[in-house]
Design a protein around this ligand. Sequence first.
Ligand SMILES: Cc1cc2nc3c(=O)[nH]c(=O)nc-3n(C[C@H](O)[C@H](O)[C@H](O)COP(=O)(O)OP(=O)(O)OC[C@H]3O[C@@H](n4cnc5c(N)ncnc54)[C@H](O)[C@@H]3O)c2cc1C
Length: 374
Amino acid sequence: MIGGGVIGLSIAYSLAKRGIRATVLDRQGMGRGASWAGAGMLPPFLCRNPISPMVELRSWSAVLYREWSAELRERTGQDNGYRVCGSIEIALEPAEVQEIKTAAGRWRVEGIRYERLAAQDLQNLEPALNPSCLHAFLVPDRAQIRNPWHLRALEAANRSLGVEIIPDLLVHRLNVQGRRVISIETENGRLSCGQVVVAAGAWSGGLLKELRIELPTPPLKGQMVLFQHDHAVVRRIIERGKMYLVPRMDGRILMGATEEDAGFDTRTTQEGQQSLIGQALTICPALAQAKVEQSWAGLRPGSLDTRPYLGLISEYDNLWVATGHKRAGLQLAPASAEVIANLIIGHDPGMDLTAFSPGRLSGSDRTVPESKHG
Ligand SMILES: Cc1cc2nc3c(=O)[nH]c(=O)nc-3n(C[C@H](O)[C@H](O)[C@H](O)COP(=O)(O)OP(=O)(O)OC[C@H]3O[C@@H](n4cnc5c(N)ncnc54)[C@H](O)[C@@H]3O)c2cc1C
């Protein structure tokens, strides 16, 4: 497994439960990439819904999160912070009202429970929110994990199942012969391999390009601000368009996130931080009394059509890819892991993966012509 983010660790865990002990390599500590930087918001599905490939992957993952959270606690004694906290989607400007009504239409089709909140109900549920809110919906089944805790629990569960975890080891490239990857070239030498899964987040596209496989994973930078208040100012996830506040149980509140095309630069910027703090105070003026504890940025692994790539690279018999989850890698990780683990052991993946096929972008021929390379 190349990459020990939530995707790589989840696949290793699914494989280990099937009796296959993977080796997970990461050039830094496990889970220190996008997976650590994320907010940990999970979708509100109560059961698996096959209405579309994305909805199925998302809803299956939501169901698995409940199971995995209990299972991880049992195996490792560690809490991943999973809780069904609910969310409230708000509109503060007239233009945003139509947006959340459209979102509500989508929830209805997907079978997600929601209810319109009158101004007084909103005030009763979340008194610290901006009182000039024009429209609001409560989504009671939205959940969250504390992603750094989840990653720690996944790593511990993997170790307990005999998975080899190798941090601080940079993979330079894959060595191939015919239709097989025969070894992995690392900064400390060559490792032999059976099956190889590239789950290297935003860096996956670069590793595959070395093999003349064109599977872009453009990094989409997201900055975050963590507030600390002496009490829980809000209790539910609050969403305004793509911006959100995520309350933790200890008075901490995450405000996220920017979306920036900034290459592989993970530095925070004053402009990004100011805009997040401004948004936070608009949504929840009481945060003026909170202190900013920390801020950071991470790189979401993109794809060309916003769907992840999940499956075998058709030019090879033992090269798999699981990446490109963009804004949703934490929420989609368990089902992504299950399908890849099923495929690797030669079973049916558990759902139709055509929409996520790594070959979908340009038919069967994704190799970069030699002249364009080097
Ligand atoms: C600010 C922000 C907020 C987010 N909020 C949410 C959210 O609320 N819910 C949600 O579902 N998703 C969220 N996301 C998206 C989610 O975090 C990502 O989609 C997910 O973490 C991707 O996981 P990954 O394992 O593919 O990538 P990563 O976590 O980046 O892991 C890839 C790993 O590969 C390693 N690696 C790369 N190249 C090499 C190499 N050559 N050799 C060895 N190792 C290598 C890296 O060190 C890294 O650890 C958010 C993202 C950000 C940035």
